[in-house]
Design a protein around this ligand. Structure first.
Ligand SMILES: NC(=O)c1ccc[n+]([C@@H]2O[C@H](COP(=O)([O-])OP(=O)(O)OC[C@H]3O[C@@H](n4cnc5c(N)ncnc54)[C@H](OP(=O)(O)O)[C@@H]3O)[C@@H](O)[C@H]2O)c1
Length: 323
């Protein structure tokens, strides 16, 4: 197969940085470019992309369609890792991709496995984009990744992992804590993506990646064993998870621009899907028709959650969203 020209939207973001790294590590397969919005074109983070040899295409994905089609012309694979609250901006992007003859669109999936239809508002926004893609008959691959290692660990009493935790303290167990959930190390998302997008078997398919399938109790037990510390577990019942979804859902219906409530609502939805419904498992992914990246690429060794915990306890994990 000749080299593919890949255009990545979101190359400076959490998911997108991982994807960019995966693509740049595979220069023999990909010419990688970044799609950047005009208001970000002069940001130091974007200049750093150019220094890494990434060609920048500047475009307003909400601007005139003709200009966007021109921007996407010549692209083989378009990947979007747009932020959680901007999913619907991908509608016009998909329309333009179809007109430009993009051979594969990877819209922004990259979440846990969950069904559409009222379980997670974020998944439902993505569904609107997916249905638009299907109406266009645009070639696609949807990639979901479980939950990142980097946001799946509890804090310990000594405070030694606080440096890498987005929430301090983070000691909550949801429902009975025994429901397994798929995890992928953020750094492996790009490595998986670079395998998936050059694989004809994944065209017009959903694919799921994961390194481990662990319950919250298993994660807490591992942290206790490896740190030698006892974690005081705080239980949040299934009813409390549902009440929290209802509360934040009502706030964002009344105040759609309340960014904090939206993030809390996303988080409550994740807890409901992962720990109350138990959606984020390989079995349910197979039921929904996902291809399993572990079966597609049996030689690929994802970073295991235990390896991540060892780095975390050594003070070597990265703090997220520090760009
Ligand atoms: N599975 C998990 O555990 C997990 C965890 C976190 C996130 N996620 C999911 O991963 C996906 C990406 O989220 P993230 O947190 O990685 O995103 P993020 O860090 O907020 O980054 C978003 C990226 O999109 C770019 N962007 C936003 N609007 C744009 C536009 N109109 N045109 C061009 N670029 C634009 C941003 O660039 P600018 O600098 O120009 O804004 C940035 O590079 C979401 O679906 C999210 O829900 C999953």
């Amino acid at each position: 197969m000749s080299k593919q020209t890949v255009l990545l939207l979101g190359a400076t973001g959490g998911t997108g940085s991982s994807i960019l790294k995966g693509l740049l590590e595979n220069r023999e397969f990909f010419d990688t470019e970044a799609l950047v919005q005009p208001s970000s074109a002069d940001k130091p983070t974007v200049q750093k992309l150019a220094e890494r040899g990434v060609k920048i295409r500047v475009a307003d994905i909400g601007g005139p369609l003709d200009a966007l089609v021109k921007t996407l012309t010549g692209i083989d694979v378009l990947i979007s890792a747009i932020g959680a609250t901007a999913q619907l901006a991908q509608i016009q992007l998909a329309t333009a991709a179809k007109e430009a003859g993009v051979k594969r669109f990877v819209p922004c999936g990259f979440i846990t496995v969950t069904p559409p239809g009222g379980v997670m508002a974020l998944r439902d926004d993505k569904e609107v984009v997916y249905q638009h893609i299907w109406k266009l008959a645009l070639p696609y691959t949807i990639i979901d990744v479980g939950y990142w290692h980097q946001i799946s660990f509890p804090t310990v009493p000594s405070g030694r992992v606080d440096y890498a935790s987005l929430i301090n303290p983070n000691v909550k167990i949801h429902a009975d804590g025994n429901i397994p959930t798929m995890l992928t190390d953020l750094r492996d998302i790009g490595r998986f993506v670079s395998l998936i997008i050059r694989d004809p078997r994944t065209l017009n398919q959903f694919v799921v990646t994961y390194s481990d399938v662990l319950s919250e109790h298993e994660i807490f037990n591992l942290m206790e064993e490896m740190s030698g510390e006892n974690i005081g577990r705080k239980y949040v019942s299934a009813d409390e998870v549902e009440a929290s979804r209802a509360r934040f859902g009502a706030i964002i219906r009344a105040e759609p621009n309340n960014a904090m409530a939206r993030m809390q609502s996303f988080s409550a939805d994740y807890n409901f899907s992962k720990y109350v419904r138990g959606d984020n498992t390989p079995t349910y992914a197979a039921y929904l028709g996902y291809l399993d990246a572990r079966e597609l690429y049996p030689d690929f060794q994802p970073r295991r959650f235990k390896e991540f915990v060892a780095e975390l306890l050594d003070g070597k994990a990265e703090k997220l969203y520090m760009r």
